[in-house]
Structures are given as structure tokens and as C-alpha cells.
Design a protein around this ligand. Structure first.
Ligand SMILES: Cc1cc2nc3c(=O)[nH]c(=O)nc-3n(C[C@H](O)[C@H](O)[C@H](O)COP(=O)(O)OP(=O)(O)OC[C@H]3O[C@@H](n4cnc5c(N)ncnc54)[C@H](O)[C@@H]3O)c2cc1C
Length: 414
């Protein structure tokens, strides 16, 4: 694959852009691969990429029932941060955040990582104490975050109202090197690099069954025929329960739709990400000028990949009490994605009861930020049989009661 460079842009400018190559191949499936990853979202593609890059496994297919990046990876509000409470979480999210810093160079693809800073508003005494505790934990973990007073919040976000009608802003947990990245570009960048190293990305191919012999995986049935493999990674977010069912085991996962919306584009008004978790609304401004707004999750389990009216009302109400100037903005679009929630709000990166089958799921409402770290750990687990980053996130923790409680960091926030 030809590399993107200033020289390539100049060359194509004089050739009327006739020389750009397709980003990835669309091959026919082979009969057998050393490894198969189900799900071409960010986590699946990152797993495939690091299996090739870090472990030399390139006879590999990523199987996707729709189009790559069309699941939650292309539907999220792109917030990247690593200010979690527990050590295991901080380790994997900070690994991911640091890989985002150099992802564009690593993939030779501009993922538009923008470390503009993320603030989480404390609007009740309980929330304030929760974030103070997280700040102290982050200090021990080596993750730079700090509590800032209301005056500093106002300085960073002049459009904010500090004395809201219900909840005043008492301070905020501020992570300066957190931010956003372009979600599609993350999927496209990984896909292009995967295709370049020889992986087959099979889009419009649905996995309909997982074949086992003597407790070991031997392949998958797909809408394009049976494919054999020695190792299988299930990385399908909201559909994890359905795939686990095909492999014959159950997961402690609930699938719900999480929603977001976006406004018409306006001139720059806010250059950081603000999360107001008590009233529940969070917002950043995209490079196009749209306000990207995160809403809530449905209160019942479902697989509905679309928005609904009551979320617009609740989310917009929360945002207007925090940013009154938004009341005259027009909303453009609303959508939903199916997120996979665990009871302790932490992910699962684990071996499974089926030999050769590995699972990566449970990122819930906040897995975009984790993509590179998760792919790194899952690849190591699949290739080596263990990964220090994934060690705490095994399935057995639910049986043993070793929960990794991230309800403050991840319960409603992203
Ligand atoms: C509205 C919304 C806002 C969010 N905001 C944030 C945020 O700001 N920050 C953050 O960190 N996270 C956020 N998230 C969460 C984040 O998007 C997800 O955790 C993350 O994208 C999950 O990535 P994934 O690769 O695991 O899943 P996906 O991107 O969903 O990929 C899974 C893929 O598996 C495929 N698949 C499923 N079943 C099959 C099958 N049988 N055969 C083949 N393929 C199959 C699907 O088609 C899909 O493409 C948000 C999510 C939503 C919905």
C-alpha cells in the first residue's frame, strides 16, 4: 500500500487524484485461517492489527456482518480519557490513550486525535467526593488528572452556567491530555493497515454458527459458507450474548441502546469536552462545528439501533440548564448503538469455556477510548495465552466476586 505523505498529496493533485488506491481489499473468504475475529468494529480491527504487528499472525480474517465501523465504533461521541478509579482500568485506558497519541503516525492515517481536555463536572457533594477519590487514585496510578474549582471551569468553558437551576457546578475532574478522535478514521486506519499486512476483511458476511469438536473451536458458519480456524476472537459489542450462545456459553451482559445527537454546525464556542453526569448530558464541538451531544441509555434491554423522542427531551433539557445559550440551536440528527453492559461497568477480555475461543466485550457506553489498548491486550491474550493488561478482566471474576467497580467513572459517562 502506498504511504500517505505530503509528497503523495502533491503528486495526486497534479494527477487529478487518479492514483489513490482502495483502502482495503475485498477478498473472497479462504477455506481456513489461523485466526478469525468476528466483528470489524474498532476493537476487532485493533485486535487483528496487533495480532499481525506484535505477534506475526497474518493468516487472519475479520468477519463483519455489515460494513466495517458501522456498529458502535461509527456511532459514538468519540470521547477519549483514562481517568478511571481502579488500577486495572487505569492501566488499560491509559495504555489506549497513549497509543492514540501516536496512532496517526503508527497507522499512517490521520485519525484526528485532539487532546483538547475533558472535564467531568461535579454537581453534587457525592459526585465531588467521588471525583476527589478518582483524582487521588489517578495520582497513584500515574494518570495526570486534577480537580479544578468552578472559576477555572468557567475560564475553560465561558458558555457554562455555574449556578444551574437544579445543580450548581462545585468543581470538575480535569484531564488535560484527554480529548477526541475521528471515530470512522480509527476504523478505516486500522482496516487499511490490516489489509496491507495481508488480513482478509470480509464485510457483509454474517457469522451464523460456531463449530466445535471435543470442546475446541474448529471454525465458523457464515452467510458465505463455512470457514475453519484454530483461534476465534468474538468482538461484537452489543451482540456478544448472541455469539456466546452460538459457542454454547452464557455471558453476564445486557444489551441496551445508547443514544446521541448532533446539532447544526456553528462557529467555535467550546474547545474542550464537558461531561455533566448528574443532569446527564455531555458535549464537544466537532471540527465541522456541530455540537456532538451524548444522551442516555434505554432503561430496558433491546437491540434497537435507533434514537427515540424521550431521550432528545431529557438530554436537551440537561444541556440547556448547563449551557443556556444552546436553547436556540437546531438539532440535526439522532441515532443509537447497541452497547454491552456488565454489572461492574468494566470490560471482559477473556478466554472462554470453549478452547480457542476468546471474547472481548462489555465496554458498554465507553469503549471507543479503549480501542487500541483493548486490541493490544486481546491480541496478546490470543497469541500468547495471557496478557498483563487483560489479567483482571477475565470472565471468572463474576463467579469469584472480584468485581472491578467503575460505576462512578463509567456508570453513565462515556
Ligand atoms: C451513542 C454512543 C455514544 C458513545 N460514546 C462513547 C464515547 O464518547 N467514548 C467512548 O469511549 N465510547 C463511547 N461509546 C461506546 C463505544 O462506541 C463502544 O464501546 C465501542 O465502539 C465498541 O466497539 P466494538 O468494536 O467493540 O463494537 P462495534 O463497533 O459495535 O463492532 C462490533 C461489530 O460486530 C458486528 N457483528 C455483530 N454480530 C455479528 C455477526 N454475527 N457476524 C459478523 N459480525 C457481527 C457488528 O456489525 C459490528 O460492526 C458510545 C456508544 C454509543 C452507542
Amino acid at each position: 500500500m502506498r504511504r500517505f505523505s505530503a509528497f503523495a498529496i502533491a503528486r495526486e493533485a497534479v494527477r487529478h487524484h487518479s492514483g489513490w488506491e482502495k483502502h482495503w481489499r475485498s477478498p473472497e473468504p479462504k477455506k481456513r485461517y489461523d485466526a478469525i475475529i468476528i466483528g470489524a468494529g474498532g476493537h476487532g480491527l485493533a485486535t487483528a492489527y496487533y495480532l499481525g504487528k506484535n505477534h506475526g499472525i497474518t493468516n487472519l480474517a475479520v468477519i463483519e456482518k455489515g460494513w466495517l465501523g458501522g456498529g458502535n465504533t461509527g456511532r459514538n461521541t468519540t470521547i477519549i480519557r483514562s481517568n478511571y478509579l481502579q488500577d486495572a482500568s487505569a492501566a488499560i485506558y491509559e495504555k489506549a490513550r497513549s497509543l492514540y497519541e501516536t496512532m496517526s503516525q503508527d497507522l499512517n492515517y490521520n485519525v484526528m486525535f485532539s487532546p483538547r481536555g475533558v472535564m467531568m463536572l461535579a454537581q453534587t457533594q457525592a459526585e465531588l467526593r467521588g471525583y476527589q477519590r478518582t483524582e487521588a487514585a489517578n495520582r497513584l496510578q500515574g494518570v495526570p488528572t486534577r480537580m479544578i474549582p468552578p472559576e477555572e471551569v468557567k475560564k475553560l468553558v465561558p458558555i457554562i452556567r455555574l449556578d444551574g437551576p437544579r445543580y450548581p457546578v462545585l468543581g470538575a475532574l480535569w484531564q488535560e491530555r484527554a480529548g477526541t478522535a475521528r471515530h470512522d478514521a480509527v476504523a478505516w486506519g486500522y482496516a487499511r493497515a490490516c489489509s496491507d499486512m495481508g488480513h482478509d476483511i470480509l464485510q457483509q458476511t454474517e457469522v451464523t454458527g460456531i463449530r466445535r469438536e471435543g470442546g475446541k473451536v474448529v471454525g465458523v458458519d457464515t452467510s458465505r459458507g463455512a470457514i475453519d480456524c484454530a483461534r476465534l476472537g468474538i468482538v461484537v459489542a452489543g451482540h456478544s450474548g448472541a455469539l456466546a450462545d452460538m459457542a454454547g456459553f452464557r455471558l453476564p451482559i445486557e444489551s441496551v441502546a445508547l443514544q446521541a445527537l448532533v446539532s447544526e454546525p456553528i462557529k467555535p464556542i467550546m474547545d474542550v469536552v464537558v461531561m455533566a453526569n448528574t443532569v446527564h448530558g455531555y458535549m464537544s464541538q466537532s471540527d465541522k462545528g456541530e455540537m456532538v451531544i451524548g444522551g442516555g441509555a434505554d432503561g430496558y434491554n433491546n437491540y434497537t439501533q435507533r434514537g427515540s423522542f424521550h431521550h432528545i427531551e431529557e438530554t436537551v433539557r440537561a444541556l440547556i440548564e448547563t449551557f443556556p445559550m444552546l436553547s436556540r440551536l437546531k438539532m440535526l440528527r439522532q441515532w443509537g448503538g447497541i452497547v454491552d453492559m456488565t454489572g461492574d461497568r468494566s470490560p471482559i477480555i477473556s478466554k472462554t469455556p470453549v478452547d480457542g475461543v476468546f471474547i472481548n466485550c462489555g465496554w458498554g457506553t465507553g469503549g471507543f477510548k479503549a480501542i487500541p489498548g483493548s486490541g493490544w491486550a486481546m491480541a496478546e491474550l490470543m497469541a500468547e495465552g495471557a496478557s498483563p493488561l487483560a489479567a483482571e478482566f477475565g470472565l471468572e471474576r463474576f463467579r469469584e466476586g472480584r468485581f472491578i467497580d467503575e460505576s462512578v467513572a463509567a456508570g453513565v459517562a462515556h
